[in-house]
Ligand binder design. Sequence first.
Ligand code: MN
Length: 313
Amino acid sequence: MNYHIIGDIHGHGDKLEALLQRLGYVRKSGCYQQPGARVVFLGDFIDRGSSHRRLLEIVRPMVEAGHALAVMGNHEFNAVAYHTRHPQTGQPLRPHSEKNQRQHRAFLEEYRLHEADTRAVIDWFQTLPLYLEVKDDAGQVLFRAIHACWSAPVIARTPQYLDAEFLQQACKRGTQAFRDVEILLKGPEIALPPGFAFHDKSGVERQHIRIQWWNEKRPVSYREMAMVPSGEAEKLPDQPVPESDIGDFSYGPEEPPVFFGHYWLTGQPAPIGNNLACLDYSAGKGGPLVAYHWQEGDTGPLRAERFISVEAG
Ligand SMILES: [Mn+2]
């Protein structure tokens, strides 16, 4: 089996259709397919673009017919919470605040609140796993897929699918479930020591850094562990990060390859490490939609020449 692993689409059904065609998928009886090949979607289907319906009418049939697998992104998680009410209080699990509404607006323009087709799509989001291992016929793991961060200890204590009770827990700030879902779907962040800060891409001053969760150097400094815009790393301390902050994060070279999205990368698509590849190259903000072609029988390091991008639909 060949696999095409596809990064964050964010409402751009035109880019998805162009990429699938480029990869050799053909629409038959309303469903894109290719003999001997399957897609793995890394989540964040929604929010931002203006062709959600077109996109979801491609993705859902592919997953339901077994031509694709998919994991949940933070935007699908938020959507499930936004459209689900707490059974006791009757309040939405994600408040309909101005900020949350704004983040979700592009989706809501195509799928209106409380309508039956919206409910159907949200129910489908809830069936998506938080993490996935793709195996060969002999049961050996070929590779892993997750929206933002593969952390073995977090995954070990987190259910693969969101049932009603876990969903309620995960929407409650301060719970273990809330923290764990943030790590898996948004990636871990740690606080800088007092007095330190950097500026993010929008120029906003921040005291928390996103970390390279795969970095297994120990001890490791804040500067080495941080994912910050170029030029900002020098502002970070050269002192070691306390183990209590990063004990759950590392990804050894002997582990199966892991594909993830979420990080809004730019530039020439390439692996982050021999067994690590991020496939989010900002399709939601004018960037290309990117896939990785995993060929049957692949072993050894991931390769830059297996990345395939389309700029526009
Ligand atoms: Mn994301």
